[in-house]
Design a protein around this ligand. Structure first.
Ligand code: UGA
Length: 439
């Protein structure tokens, strides 16, 4: 199958390389010259484990190319729309500029029998609007929806061996070619026994936001328990472990701490609420407002804990922050809880130094007033307090005995409940974490 991929960011670049791996001929298109240049050279413009290797392998087959010229897409039959839908400035709703531009660019390249496949996370109703636009311009072409569930850090694995596939088909003449093309694209994935849900366009768009809302709710649930634990001196990690053994609940996504950030969960729950408002059913999603505020409160609470540990004020105190990315195994700093906390502390007069294994450059671009260093040793030298805010493996495995002589005061705040409290305390550190008792 000849495939066009529109938008070569996290989603599109991974999708293009993975579709080549599945045996297809793929052209990736983007308006960003630097991105296309980098991808054409086999180098992902962001950190994603395994992607550079897959790009090199796919480019070497001669079946993958990247272009700035939409005319090079014209030969394809299946067109994946993989552009971003960020949150609008000062509004909860999603910004549809890139999706609309992608379809406008695509229309002149479409011919009879072509199928446009939406992957971007969009407000429900977008697909129907785009379908009407495509059908009017090219009556023999159609559009379906195939939402993406990949996680940054596991994007290649999630694309090649997904938990499930969802095909959202249009009503009428477009249904048959859409399903046929989707089944052909994903033949080898379906052959693995991957569960498939075939549904209508609206439901397919909704599946994606429902999934991310559920994940966000699960995280905020355990973080609400953490807040409660702080009032009673109980242990949120033991609660997560104990309830997580119940198969109906499950332990995944019950890690209490600083909460969720990144380019997806926060903006997706907000866009979902905005869409509910437009549809006159805002009450159905008011709980997501609470999910959002529990999540944001964790960041403020972390700063409060730092203040408490420093005896009531952080002004002039030297504080090290370990972690800048929104989660480990990523250099993505969009809505990073770690950087939010670091910046709040800086604004309150603390002398903050941040380090991260790979996200320092991206972080510096967004927070030029924070000080960044490249190693843990530099970050913690002589500090009054250490905060672990992104649970990179190398930070979780740090040796508290070896670090103690380097700091001014051996005090650590574990923002991700990722360190072993007993080990740090035994090494002479004061250890505190969100949702855990002091002792
Ligand atoms: C999320 C979803 O997990 C993907 O399924 C979805 O495809 C993607 O959004 C998307 O919409 O494109 P991602 O943003 O890569 O993926 O990150 P997650 O692994 O979901 O983590 C999100 C945030 O939640 C991180 O800041 C992480 O630190 C936090 N988190 C996660 C917790 O605070 N506790 C947990 O137990 C799990």
């Amino acid at each position: 199958m000849k495939i066009g991929v529109i938008g070569c960011g996290y989603l599109g670049a991974v999708h293009a390389a993975c579709m080549t791996k599945l045996g297809h001929d793929v052209v990736g298109y983007d308006v960003d010259e630097a991105k296309i240049e980098s991808l054409s050279a086999g180098k992902a413009p962001f950190y994603e484990p395994g992607l550079d290797e897959l790009l090199a392998e796919s480019l070497a087959t001669g079946r993958l190319s990247f272009t700035l010229d939409p005319a090079e897409l014209a030969d394809a039959t299946a067109y994946f729309v993989c552009v971003g839908t960020p949150q609008k400035r000062n509004e909860n709703a999603a910004d549809m500029t890139f999706v609309d531009a992608a379809v406008t660019t695509l229309i002149p390249q479409l011919s009879d029998g072509d199928v446009v496949i939406g992957k971007s996370t969009v407000p429900v109703g977008t697909a129907e609007r785009l379908l009407a636009q495509i059908e009017e311009a090219v009556p023999g072409a159609t559009l379906c929806w195939n939402p993406e569930f990949l996680r940054e850090g596991f994007a290649v694995e999630d694309t090649l061996t997904p938990d499930r596939l969802v095909f959202g088909l249009p009503v009428g003449d477009g249904a048959e070619p859409s399903e046929r093309v989707l089944r052909e694209v994903y033949t080898s994935v379906l052959d693995l026994g991957t569960p498939l849900v075939v549904t209508d366009l609206g439901t397919a768009q909704l599946v994606k936001v429902a999934a991310n809302s559920f994940l966000a709710t699960k995280i905020s649930f355990i973080n609400a328990m953490a807040e409660f634990c702080e009032a009673t001196g109980s242990d949120v990690v033991a609660i997560a472990d104990a309830i997580g053994f119940d198969e109906r609940i499950g332990r995944k996504f019950l890690n209490a701490g600083l909460g969720f950030g990144g380019g997806c969960l926060p903006k997706d729950i907000r866009a979902f609420m905005a869409r509910a408002g437009e549809l006159g059913v805002d009450q159905t999603l008011t709980f997501l407002r609470e999910v959002d505020s529990i999540n944001m409160r964790r960041r403020t609470r972390m700063v409060d804990l730092a203040r408490e540990e420093c005896g009531g004020s952080i002004a002039g105190r030297r504080i090290a922050v370990l972690g800048a990315s929104f989660k480990p195994n990523s250099d993505d700093v969009r809505d990073s809880p770690a950087l939010n906390v670091a910046e709040q502390m800086r604004l309150q007069g603390a002398d903050v130094t941040v380090t991260d294994p790979i996200a320092v450059e991206n972080a510096r671009g967004r927070f030029p007033d924070l000080r960044f260093v490249s190693s843990v040793e530099e970050a913690i030298a002589g500090v009054d307090l250490v905060l672990l805010l992104t649970e990179w493996k190398e930070y979780v495995e740090l040796d508290p005995d070896a670090l103690k002589p380097l700091v001014g005061q051996a005090r650590v705040l574990d923002g991700r409940n990722a360190l072993d409290p007993a080990r740090w305390r035994a090494a002479g550190w004061t250890y505190r974490a969100l949702g855990r008792s002091r002792a």
